[in-house]
Design a protein. Structure first.
Length: 281
């Protein structure tokens, strides 16, 4: 693919030729990029230094995940400015910074220089990113911002609703990647409704994006129960997963945490007493 939007020239990805071949053939395996926002949410709830974003980012870095995602929200409700720099300095894999187009956030991005920036819409009152980026209203400004980020060697992804129009506009304004919003699919799944039309929409958008020379990622509301159907969509090569994955980590990690606290309180559990040989008289 020789389109100017093709990002591999700028993005250092492990085994990129393997991924490229797989994506081209449409039989790729899907990678995870782990969103650590809700580790920061837990920390900010008490304004403590734990759980540590640096430590959890290192765990992600040493896992099979392709990188760490942080969303620096304008209200700084979870990730703080210093987290972006701290995490970037402590991982070898990519840092993907989710961000709005607000001027101070863009300035911080240009200082921190993450490998990837994902442009997202942002409303202060929302619990989480509720819809895709509006790529239609001001494409000229968006194109300019994308070019500025790319000139700093930052690969640019746009978080969009899974529509053909949004994919086409994203390609036209120079994005490298589109991340398809899976929120509608996740909500239908949660409510036990039919998911066929949402999956069809995601499939069509993914195919269209691939044909337009874009890399195709997806995310939002994905859990252990609903992720496999999305991961099988052709041309989708990466999923951004946060809340569901961190929630699962709490469930599978709680037993170990209780054991660690017990040791801290009472010392290690005594090992079974060795039976003394009974001496015959
Ligand atoms: N992708 C984008 C662009 C997001 O804004 C978010 C939420 O921060 C996610 C993925 C992850 O969503 P979730 O936390 O529901 O897995």
């Amino acid at each position: 693919n020789s389109s100017p939007g093709w990002p591999w020239r700028r993005l250092t990805v492990h085994c990129r030729s393997d991924i490229l071949c797989a994506v081209k053939s449409g039989i790729s395996t899907c990678s995870i990029c782990v969103n650590l926002d809700h580790v920061a949410t837990l920390r900010q709830a008490r304004l403590t230094s734990y759980p540590s974003l640096i430590e959890t980012a290192r765990i992600v870095d040493q896992s099979t995940a392709v990188g760490v995602t942080l969303h620096l929200r304008e209200d700084r409700r979870h990730v703080q400015d210093h987290d972006v720099f701290d995490v970037k300095q402590n991982i070898l894999k990519k840092l993907n910074l989710e961000m709005s187009t607000a001027r101070d956030i863009v300035e911080l991005c240009l200082k921190a220089l993450p490998a990837q920036a994902t442009l997202v819409p942002e409303r202060r009152q929302e619990l989480t990113t509720e819809g895709g980026l509006n790529v239609f209203d001001d494409p000229r400004n968006l194109r300019q911002l994308i070019a500025t980020l790319q000139s700093h060697k930052i690969v640019v992804s746009l978080f969009i609703d899974p529509t053909i129009e949004a994919v086409e506009t994203s390609a036209a304004i120079g994005a490298d990647i589109v991340e398809l919003h899976t929120g509608a699919y996740a909500q239908a799944f949660l409510e036990g409704r039919q998911i066929d039309s949402e999956i069809q929409q995601l499939r069509k958008a993914a195919l269209h994006a691939h044909e337009a020379g874009l890399l195709v990622y997806a995310g939002h509301g994905l859990t252990l129960d609903n992720v496999s159907t999305v991961a099988q969509i052709p041309y989708l090569s990466e999923l951004n997963i946060g809340h569901g994955l961190v929630s699962h980590a709490v469930e599978v990690g709680l037993r170990q945490a209780i054991a660690d606290f017990s040791v801290a309180m009472n010392g290690p559990a005594p090992t079974a007493l060795k039976a003394e040989p009974i001496l015959s008289a």
